[in-house]
Design a protein around this ligand. Structure first.
Ligand SMILES: Nc1ncnc2c1ncn2[C@@H]1O[C@H](COP(=O)(O)OP(=O)(O)OP(=O)(O)O)[C@@H](O)[C@H]1O
Length: 240
């Protein structure tokens, strides 16, 4: 049976007030499940990043509720306690820019995420070895970000996002700075993360060439969320 990881119910987000008010998200309700990659499409300004920020508990909705792993994040039924702690342990983020700390090596960048969560050293070592191997970056473990290619940096950022085994991974245009081959490798990695680690992955993207690697497609249109059939968008030539 499908297990809900995040439930968004009646989410509305307005910015500003009066005549300058913008409704970025209008009454969005959806559920994302463990083990699936969901692509979030939509034109610029349609509300994708805002929805991702709300799902990641980085922004509060003007109306509506966010429930993660059955725990309500806000309102009178709020059950998650300290939002910052909860976010660190349960939600991984990957952005367009890897945002690695330049004076830490690849493995130190990944370890830092676990140190902040007080993960015991032996467990840190095991997770680190597992992630470096799984993401095929062992040979780059002692390199600094400036010594890595864009694709390698993004894999380190993905490893860092996964270091605390979050049930939810949110990625905002993670392939935008990569060429199409590397972009496809990253989306393929998200596919494996969802399917092998039972993670719910949300991927905001403008790149229609990787959509054959996702499980569901949602599209924002002027703040409204629409589910698209998988065969409704033109996908990539799989030879590339
Ligand atoms: N902090 C803010 N203050 C005011 N308006 C905002 C703010 N953040 C977003 N908006 C507005 O909300 C709407 C949705 O923005 P959002 O960034 O979510 O869109 P998007 O689909 O992610 O766009 P893009 O693809 O260009 O990144 C836009 O009209 C934007 O101008």
């Amino acid at each position: 049976m499908k297990r809900a990881v995040i439930e968004l119910s009646g989410i509305t987000k307005c910015y500003g007030q009066g005549l300058t008010q913008v409704t970025a998200i209008a009454n969005v309700t959806t559920t994302l499940y463990a083990g699936e990659v969901v692509a979030l499409l939509g034109p610029s300004g349609s509300g994708k990043s805002t929805l991702l920020m709300i799902a990641g508990l980085l922004e509060s909705p003007t109306q509506g509720t966010v429930t993660i792993n059955g725990l309500s994040a806000s309102g009178p039924d709020a059950a998650i306690g300290n939002v910052r702690d909860f976010r660190r342990k349960n939600i991984g983020f990957v952005f367009q820019k890897p945002n690695l700390i330049p004076f830490l090596t690849a493995q130190e960048n990944i370890r830092l995420a676990m140190e902040i969560n007080d993960v015991p050293a032996p467990q840190q070592a095991r997770t680190l070895a597992d992630l470096l191997s799984w993401l095929e970056i062992e040979h780059r473990a002692n390199n600094y970000p400036g010594q890595l290619s864009g694709g390698e940096q993004q894999r380190v950022a993905i490893a860092r996002a996964l270091a605390n085994h979050p049930p939810l991974l949110l990625a905002d245009e993670p392939t935008a700075a990569l060429d199409s081959k590397r972009g496809r490798q990253v989306v393929s990695l998200f596919h494996n993360i969802a399917h092998e680690r039972d993670t719910a992955v949300v991927l905001v993207t403008h790149d229609h060439r990787c959509l054959d690697l996702v499980d569901r497609i949602l599209e924002m249109e002027d703040g409204q969320l629409v589910e698209r059939p998988m065969n409704s968008v033109i996908t990539h030539d799989k030879r590339n």
